[in-house]
Design a protein around this ligand. Structure first.
Ligand code: SPD
Length: 283
């Protein structure tokens, strides 16, 4: 821990998205530079290789949106895979469901988990001590390749933006492998970048998932510290999905434990696709 106060910016297409705060740790792992600072408003915030990942103030906008549309809508959810998710926020949200028997969390960078446990304990919280959570330090792409067919009920891809080692997590071949290891009614849930600041990759994720799976649906909401603030999550399945008309018995109980997500929020968020994206997908 240091007494140094700095401005830390994510640079994106000639813009800067920055927080001012006390530098808690800055280190380089085998894969990336890891920084945690503490800002007066957003609280502690994690940056990986120049890219904001999460902050205590806004992490629920991200993690609740990634997890609950999938888990609240699927009956069988005993066996879950998280790829990435080293800060523990996705696992924490999953563990709200008593039907979950096991979560395999596959994170490539052990240092992200160590830093999160030491400096961002509020995010993972008790999830780190839950016996249902199994942690594997491994490459998510290789993990999926070696998994047998029809194995996971839900797969969450909780990754960084597509650059370097995370590039493959946005590829056709990876999505096809995810489809192979999902149960027949299983759901793939991935963060699908911003329709504004990452428009091309956003469109390409949506087109690829639509091509590979029988059904895919996208929701939009906000993650204030990410470039442009507007963000998206996409859900895909071999069976039809009804995420824009959510209705589940689990939901009412889970809603009580959420800060952002509820059925009304989900209902609206799946209808928020900007028209320019609609047009581009239809073109
Ligand atoms: N531009 C940032 C995209 C990062 C998405 N993953 C965040 C990880 C939070 N668990």
């Amino acid at each position: 821990m240091t007494d140094i106060t700095i401005w830390l910016d994510e640079y994106h297409k000639g813009s800067r998205f920055g927080l001012n705060g006390k530098l808690l740790i800055r280190k380089s792992s085998k894969y990336q530079e890891i920084i945690v600072i503490e800002n007066d408003y957003y609280g502690k915030a994690l940056m990986l290789d120049g890219c904001w990942m999460t902050s205590l103030k806004d992490e629920k906008y991200y993690h609740e949106c990634l997890v609950h549309p999938a888990l609240s809508s699927i009956e069988e959810k005993s066996n879950v895979l998280i790829i990435g998710g080293g800060d523990g926020g996705t696992a924490r949200e999953c563990l709200k469901y008593s039907k979950i028997a096991k979560i395999d969390l596959v994170e490539i960078d052990e240092e992200v988990i160590k830093v999160s446990k030491n400096f961002l304990q509020e995010i993972g919280g008790e999830a780190w001590n839950d016996k249902r959570l199994k942690i594997y330090i491994n490459d998510g792409v290789k993990w999926v390749e070696k998994t047998r067919d029809n194995f996971y009920d839900v797969i969450f891809i909780d990754c960084s933006d597509p650059k370097g080692f995370s590039n493959l997590l946005f590829s056709d071949s990876f999505y096809k492998e995810c489809k192979r290891i999902l149960t027949p009614k299983g759901i793939l849930a991935t963060q699908s970048e911003s329709p504004e600041s990452f428009r091309n990759i956003h469109i390409s994720i949506l087109k690829n998932l639509k091509k590979i799976f029988r059904a895919s649906e996208t929701m939009y909401s906000f993650v204030p510290i990410y470039p442009s603030g507007i963000w998206s999550w996409t859900f895909a399945s071999k069976e039809k999905l009804y995420l824009s008309k959510p209705n589940s018995k689990d939901s009412l109980e889970i809603e009580k434990e959420c800060e952002i997500w509820n059925l009304n929020f989900q209902n609206a968020a799946f209808k928020m696709m900007p028209n320019k994206i609609v047009k581009e997908l239809n073109s």
